[in-house]
Design a binder for this molecule. Structure first.
Ligand SMILES: Nc1ncnc2c1ncn2[C@@H]1O[C@H](COP(=O)(O)OP(=O)(O)OP(=O)(O)O)[C@@H](O)[C@H]1O
Ligand SMILES: [Mg+2]
Length: 296
């Protein structure tokens, strides 16, 4: 809607885990490098936890793109399933043909055969489980059976599990100790720092623009975004997307703190009032604040 106005080719702050928009903060870069290392060196099992909306899924998409055709990847997003369903999903991702009536042991055998075949032709087999916080202890134990496949020097299945912070509580369970001992890399993703967020916003604008984006965010605007989002990328995206819409509707290419506050107020669902309308509506009372800071 506002893209042409700001000289953008597409929406810069779409909330999708698009690897083309992957921005390397220090911790995202480190997490990606460690995941890639685990997979390429066939080390076995990596775990990433992170706050809601901190970039876990985006990380997996970026990793998959980097691995390219040398790896066979099963990406499991739906973890509200039984352990048999989970194995079936994994088999499905690898396009392994199994009878609809196949039970857990049949599924496990089929997956193992597939893994060994892939290994014999030099391909790495990766199972990525996103939304790991929804898995139960039983499912984790089932998954552990897959990590048992190994040669003397390497693991045949690379298992990457990502999930929200509560995943840590599940993994503390005594029954999962054998699985935890197999973790070769663990990281917890935190929200971005203010400086990272500033660079993140600039990066996404440039990435989405035809040549140069025709929009500025004032320093105060950035501070309000940070105050509200606490550096969580998904919330930063939401605020910035709304702010661009408010700026466009107000015919200004300078996004200042007033626009940000208005965008935030209008995007919050007001369940007791009338629906929000970003383009129309009354002006909020002017705030006494100067917007003369650094621009990006
Ligand atoms: N490093 C990054 N580079 C670019 N965009 C990012 C990055 N991290 C997060 N995002 C953006 O933030 C949004 C939320 O990230 P993502 O869905 O990856 O978070 P998540 O940790 O998987 O969240 P949840 O806990 O809800 O599963 C993404 O749609 C993406 O647009
Ligand atoms: Mg996610």
């Amino acid at each position: 809607m506002y893209e042409t106005y700001y000289n953008l080719a597409c929406q810069p702050f779409a909330n999708t885990p698009n690897s083309r928009f992957f921005f390397e903060t220090d911790q995202h870069k480190e997490a990606l490098a460690k995941l890639e290392y685990t997979v390429r060196n066939r080390r076995g099992f990596a775990l990433i936890t992170g706050e809601i909306g901190s970039g876990k899924t985006t990380l997996t998409r970026t990793l998959i793109r980097r691995l390219g055709s040398e790896a066979r990847v099963a990406l499991i997003n739906n973890t509200r399933v039984t352990s048999a369903q989970l194995l079936r999903l994994i088999a499905g991702e690898f396009q392994i043909q199994v009878a609809a009536s196949a039970d857990k042991s049949v599924l496990l055998t089929a997956i193992r055969k597939f893994v060994e075949q892939q290994h014999s032709v030099g391909r790495t087999v990766v199972i990525i489980i996103d939304e790991g916080q929804c898995l139960s202890i039983d499912e984790f134990e089932e998954i552990r059976l897959l990590t048992n496949l190994e040669t003397e020097t390497e693991k045949l299945v690379q298992l990457l599990i990502l999930g929200q912070p509560e995943l840590r509580a599940t993994l503390k369970h005594a029954r999962l100790a054998p699985l935890i001992q197999r973790i070769v890399m663990y990281m917890h993703l935190m929200p971005m720092s203010f400086d990272d967020m500033t660079r993140y916003i600039a990066f996404r604008l440039v990435r989405a623009s035809k040549d140069k984006p025709n929009v500025d965010f004032s320093r105060n605007a950035l501070e309000v975004i940070y105050e509200y989002s606490k550096g969580v990328p998904r919330i930063v995206n939401l605020v910035c997307d709304n702010a661009l819409l408010v700026g466009y509707s107000n015919d200004t290419r300078l996004i200042d703190s007033k626009i940000i506050r208005r965008a935030i107020t209008q995007m919050l669902p007001n369940f007791d009032g009338v629906s929000t309308d970003l383009l129309g509506g009354e002006d909020e009372p002017a705030r006494q604040e100067l917007d003369d800071g650094r621009r990006i």
